[in-house]
Write a protein that binds this ligand. Structure first.
Ligand SMILES: Nc1ncnc2c1ncn2[C@@H]1O[C@H](COP(=O)(O)OP(=O)(O)OP(=O)(O)O)[C@@H](O)[C@H]1O
Length: 300
């Protein structure tokens, strides 16, 4: 999955909302990625674009070999039936209320079979991956299930055709910690099966359990985390989104002097009148590793 300079604009009467202002992102097969970031930053919009539910206003987005800007509606519907599984926010939106759990999965498989997908797992196997394969659960309708079970059923429906990419929007909102942990366990099982997982989440625990965390801020990729370490990214235009803790020291609008040092470190020093390195907060960039080390922030 690749995005280059991806832009999306909601056109409202009288004004436009730029939800994505140039997203650059590559996700390789088998990765599990959490899209995190403040409310309104563009996470759900990015997920909807990757699902082919809305079209980019500019830039490029591709899932496998499918160009999401150029593909026809039919090609996008085929993509969702064959290679991508989508779980929209709110489990109920993904389920048919009058069908049992097993029938919901079977119904989704019928849709994929119409597009030529063969060799799909049995509904029980799919439901087993999300921990819902006991006999009583198979026969329950969504309305008879707990909120966490409904959410896991929505995951199963999205996984029914064994997609290579699973897109999930806020799977744990309004769930208690037990139900949340069961969702995380299910997502980890999906990842282990080789499916790429992209999850929009506000839940730090879900974020931490995905292999990679991508922060979306103001419609762009703001920072990345991996193995507990946060990375800031230099964009294609040379801009850098600073992590929130750094922004408290170097707020938006701060003019910076940029000092590349011989050891590969770059110092960012606020250009205040009469400032010296000793009297100003200084940000240190490690050019070799490409990250900001916030622990080296010198505030004197
Ligand atoms: N249907 C819509 N019409 C107009 N503006 C919208 C619409 N959906 C989202 N927006 C705006 O686009 C921007 C990005 O919204 P989006 O829902 O993608 O953010 P988000 O990071 O997913 O937020 P949240 O975490 O609250 O779900 C916000 O400014 C939002 O108000």
């Amino acid at each position: 999955m690749t995005c280059r300079g991806l832009v999306y604009i909601y056109r409202l009467e009288g004004y436009d909302v730029v939800a994505l202002g140039g997203v650059d992102l590559d996700i390789t097969p088998g990765e599990s990625v959490a899209l995190i970031g403040p409310s309104g930053s563009g996470k759900s919009t990015l997920l909807s674009l990757l699902a082919g539910l809305i079209r980019p206003a500019a830039g490029r987005a591709a899932v496998d070999d499918i160009d999401l800007a150029k593909a026809s509606e039919g090609e996008l519907a085929r993509m969702r039936a064959t290679t991508v599984g989508v779980v929209l926010q709110g489990a109920e939106r993904n389920l048919l209320p009058y069908l049992t759990a097993e029938q919901n999965v079977r119904f989704a498989q019928r849709g994929s079979a119409a597009y030529g997908v063969a060799d799909m797992p049995s509904p029980r196997d799919v439901l087993s991956m999300v921990g819902l394969s006991i006999r009583t659960k198979l026969r329950q309708r969504p309305g008879q299930m707990s909120p966490g079970e409904r959410q896991r059923l929505a995951l199963a429906v999205a996984l029914a055709h064994r997609p290579g990419l699973l897109l999930v929007d806020e799977p744990t909102s309004q769930l208690d910690t037990t139900a949340r942990d069961e969702i995380i366990t299910a997502l980890e099982a999906v990842r282990r099966s080789g499916t790429t997982v992209i999850v929009v989440t506000h839940d730090p625990e879900v974020g931490a359990r995905m292999g990679r965390q991508v922060t979306i801020r103001d419609g762009r990729v703001g920072a990345e985390g991996q193995l507990g370490e946060e990375f800031a990214l230099v964009g294609r235009d040379g801009s850098v989104h600073l992590p929130p803790d750094v922004l408290t020291v170097l707020p938006p609008g701060t003019r910076l002097r940029v000092h590349p040092l011989e050891d590969g470190t770059v110092l960012l020093v606020p250009a205040r009148p009469g400032s010296t390195l000793q009297s100003q907060p200084t940000m240190r960039l490690n050019a070799d590793k490409g990250w900001f080390d916030t622990s080296e922030l010198e505030v004197s």
